[in-house]
Ligand binder design. Structure first.
Ligand code: FDA
Length: 305
């Protein structure tokens, strides 16, 4: 109930204005968001990669309502990739892309064209793109775009949300040679006709999907902070004789940073998802919805300032 209310708030214009304009929220927001500027994001990337971690950078943008706004988002990604290339960070930092930011909401072909431009720039910067997966109504379109992109850019990754009832089927289809698949639990509100809604059911689905991906021929990217799932991932790596560079763990910036470093120190590949930009509200509220402790931390900081 509480999670649903926060996810509803993540889409509410009124709540958005209230939270965004409260200067008191800034400190807490900075725990999860690297900053509002590209320079902030690059500084965070240099710190993380310097500590032996990999990075995926996400430019926070609202869903583009028209071509003009989609072009603005594309420009931001091209600039980011230029700077990653100039800083020689391509081998350790890739980008994550939400197709709604580049046109999916009004024209799938336009989103594909825009994503192609971004994948081309990523290739020039010696790095890759992973498609985030958003609301359940966009999933089929995202997978169509992925398949088109992979014709020219086979290293394009995609996020699969374990809470979807079809997740295991998607993982089986995507567990082929060279296929980069990020498995996450799923962060958007979804009806129980399309998604598991109980935490245990989602966790069980995550394990089933992880088994398929780890036994498959692709490159699994296991995006979770859940200690039990991280342990199961390690056991599955042994079972499937995967070397440490045959898969990676992924976690969000600001969440379990010690665990990120602990895994990396053991020789695992660990990628940190770094979101930045001034459109942080929706991303921030999804983090609040995931964990009541995050919300408590947020409310306490507001109350004590
Ligand atoms: P969950 O939130 O159930 O937490 C499980 C356990 O993890 C907790 O009980 C606790 O032990 C530990 N934990 C969690 N948060 C913690 C915290 N703040 N501090 C300490 N411990 C904590 N979603 C989506 O729909 N589309 C996408 O494209 C992506 N992309 C993506 C990329 C990456 C790299 C990550 C890590 C996540 C995503 N997500 C996503 C978000 C994902 O779907 C999910 O909402 C969050 O990762 C939270 O789920 P967990 O697996 O961490 O489990």
């Amino acid at each position: 109930m509480f999670r649903q209310a926060l996810l509803a708030a993540s889409r509410s214009g009124g709540a958005r204005r209230l939270v965004r304009t409260a200067p008191l929220t800034r400190g807490v927001v900075r725990r999860f968001i690297a900053g509002e500027s590209l320079d902030d994001a690059l500084r965070a990337t240099e710190t993380l990669t310097g500590a032996g971690l990999l990075v995926s950078l996400d430019v926070l943008d609202e869903a583009a309502p028209d071509e003009g706004q989609a072009d603005v988002a594309v420009k931001r990604y091209l600039e980011l990739l230029d700077r990653l290339s100039a800083a020689g960070l391509g081998a350790r930092a890739e980008v994550s892309l939400k197709l709604t930011a580049v046109g999916q909401a009004f024209d799938e072909d336009r989103a594909l064209e825009n994503a192609r431009r971004i994948c081309g720039a990523a290739r020039s910067a010696s790095t890759t793109v992973t498609l985030d997966t958003e609301d359940h109504e966009t999933v089929d379109s995202t997978l169509r775009v992925l398949h088109e992109l992979r014709r020219d850019f086979p290293d394009t990754g995609v996020a699969i949300q374990a809470y979807l009832r079809r997740a295991e089927e998607f993982c089986a289809e995507l567990a082929y040679e060279g296929s980069r698949v990020r498995l996450c639990k799923g962060a958007y509100a979804a009806p129980d006709t399309v998604a598991f809604t109980g935490k245990d059911e989602v966790d069980r689905s995550y394990v089933r999907c992880m088994k398929v991906l780890m036994a498959g021929k692709g490159y699994p990217m296991l995006a979770t902070h859940d200690p039990r799932l991280v342990e199961i991932a390690a056991a599955l790596a042994v079972l499937n004789e995967r070397e440490p560079d045959d898969f990676e763990y992924q976690m969000l910036y600001g969440i379990r940073p010690h665990e990120q470093r602990r895994l990396a120190a053991q020789g695992a590949r660990v990628r940190v998802y770094v979101a930045y930009g001034d459109e942080w509200y929706g991303y921030f509220m999804r983090r609040m919805a995931e964990r009541p402790a995050n919300l408590g931390f947020f409310l306490r900081s507001v109350a004590t300032r």
